[in-house]
Design a protein around this ligand. Sequence first.
Ligand code: BGC
Length: 925
Amino acid sequence: MSANGRNGGQTGPGSLRAGDLRCEYLVNPLAVQTQRPRLSWRLEAVCADSPRSAPRPRGLRQRAYRILVASSPALLRANQADLWDSGRVESDTSLHVPYAGRPLRSRHRCFWTVRVWDQEDQACEPASPAEFSVGLLGPRDWQGRWIGIGQDIQHPVPLLRREFTLDGRVKRAVLYATALGVYEMRCNGKRVGDAVLAPEWTSYAKRVQYQAYDITKLLRPGANALGALLGDGWYAGRLGLAHIARDCHWRGIYGRRTALRAQLHVELTDGSEAVVGTDGDWRFTLDGAILSSDLLDGEHYDARREMDGWDAPGFDDSGWAGAIPMRPRCGALVAQPNEPMRVLADLTPVSVREPKKGVYVLDLGQEIAGWCRLRLRGRRGQVIRLRHCERVGDDGMPYVDNLRIAPNLDTYICRGGGVETFEPRFTYHGFQYVEITGLDRAPRVEDVTGRAFWSACRPTGSIECSDPLLNRLASNIVWTQRDNMPGIPTDCPQRDERCGWTGDIQVFAQTGIYNMDLAAFLTKWLRDLSDDQAEDGRFPDFAPHPFEPHARFSGAPAWGDAGTIVPWRIYQNYADTSVLSEAYEPARRWVDHITRHNPDGLWVKERRHDYGDWLNADTFKFDRFPRGLARVPGEVLATVFYWQSTDILARMAEQLGNAEHAAHYGGLASRIRRAFHDAFVDSDVRIQGDTQAGYALALGSGILDASLHARAFDHMVRMFEPFDGHLSTGFITTVHAMNMLTRFGRSEQAYELTMRRTFPSWGYTIEQGGTTIWERWDGYVAGKGFQDPGMNSFCHYAIGAVGEWMYRTMLGLHPDEANPGWKHFTIAPVPGGGLSWVQGRYESIRGPIDVAWRVRGGRLSLNVSVPPNTTATIHVPTSDPASVREGGRAADRLPHLTPLPSTTAHPAAVFRVGSGEYAFTAAVR
Ligand code: BGC
């Protein structure tokens, strides 16, 4: 077969273009830890000879593909796929095709493209080439050794360096680096890459991530220098919850000696190769400027100790000591599979106040996770302190009680003699306000920059509407997510906690996925979760889990169930079956663990911390509502999750082709379901506890028999009465309550809940100045003050899971489990709340889906776009299906629209469509 495939050898008239080539979810990764990486692409419509504004063609599909992988760009250009030519494959698959060519070895660099054929079997232009490289696959590929300084922690941040000579011009250079601790690599006076806090938090005894950097441009013929700064980070610094686990000052939970490991491969233009690894030839000093740096404590920097040129060649390091080779106990080195953390937003303060003489408080106008960069002129030895907090009190002074024992304090000692800039490296703070003391005069806003960082997952969702409060809510959700992505999904960024709490991400995952592409990020975190699973199958309540044994924080209902629910979300949204196979055994051990203790199908025993529907209205500090009507009983909540995990497990088994397990766990799920009904649902369909939460959960999870839905929903609605129409739900059930209101025909009530401003509501938190989602509905109540400072974060995403409701109800976007990865999906917006318009986009793994609706003068317009190679079911909201037009023509006569019966509680004309752009109008009342 010719390289151009079946029709001719000519590319051309095809209506598709493949693009956005990704390997293991990443764009041109420099290191993947596998010899069979999975390749994916996205399809776009091309409109030959038509202006960009012309409507895109419809019903586009990929009929076949052909992947070419070559060992050089030139070979690829010449269609010589010396590594792998998949040949023409009759398939509409565009995701996760495993490389199946010549065996790849460590550091193999591969260039690839894909050609597709469209629905008419026309060959399309090949995609612009992409590349990937294999990382260092095994321990023997590492020539660089672990090195350190031979001392326990609590010393200034070491600087390490090594010079080397290159006898020729550099063709390509890749640096692999990692640390037990956190590091920043330097080369010839410049910073290497832009990742922060690498190599990220993992269960270091099991897995340590390394990063790869292309530093070709930093090297030169002759003398070169590599340098490194080595901070304590999660490995050796203070970690959240250590105060509960042992003592307040506990550090070095994973290890008390930080270490660096790096290896540089340089290809010279003459074909020779040089390798420089970490070894005893490296030198270190403790005389650097960073006196201490800790994630929770902050960074203390003495600019008088700066050493110019230490990371460039020619520096006199004769006073430095030789680095000590080490053999630390740690797990396998693996290439980082997820996007690195980067500084992704710089904020200029919106105000500077001076609540007390010489105390300046700057407001960034937005809570971020990050730090400040400060520019100043100071006297030599002048000490500047930056204290970070989320809120200020009525007196304008920082409110820091809720930070518990995390000081969030950076100090800077000036060098003097001109303008200087301070920016910490190995710490971060969750804050909106920074208090600066020690200055001679008030800072100007342009002297301070709030630097926000998060795992650089691509943004995928946006939603905007005619109501500013809802827009603010959407923004608060996104920011809360950003602020809680330091390589893992955390609960909060500010107090001494910042852990990968499982319940929080379990309930937030779908919202998070709408907002950002979390495929690689959550894949990495699921490994953290299973790395720290207890022997008996208990998942930890947060992961990575630094405390041994897990006795204390593990095995809680709705928390541990993240081990089934999160991989299932990944599967639904990204069609990733590898994640399912990786997650399957851990998930099975989890379900078996619950079953072992609860043979009767009700999860009554072994619930450990049993957080339940955390922070529901029964926990309010200030009496506002009757007590005891909000908390769903622990065994009810737990049994729903037990059922849900078992049901997911059965479906995972089915997907993975394990019929025996599918039948076994399917049967178990049925027994749990029966037991639930027998024990907790009475003849009037009251669910034990009679709470909003219980009904929301039973309906939302799917455990309840369909014949009982209407009655249970009535009960849920009734239980709004004692709360004056407010939600009484907590972390786990709020999103279910919202989704159920829409599903069972009360979307107006759901809109009203998102738009109300009375306590407790999202709107109330916004009225109180919230720029992120609060941990507690009653974090601050006007006239009453702050909740218990022992647990009162203003940046927790759990109840921000209402974002899922916004995407589902306002934009109407629903993935379809039967066609995972948005191969088919539903667009069923439900207008309401008096909104005149909503518009938004979700960049699915297969391409962007746009939705915009507007109501004007008794007519609704709905514009949607459906990516190539996907299909959608569109619900055009109207009670008069005959009034529906598409592109100005009566919709029932258009051949590209296949009418379907309406299946939801909301009157609509329903059509099945292929890809393309559609403009509907319909009569609305
Ligand atoms: C965390 C939560 C977590 C919870 C467990 C809290 O301290 O901040 O977000 O899920 O503990 O109930």
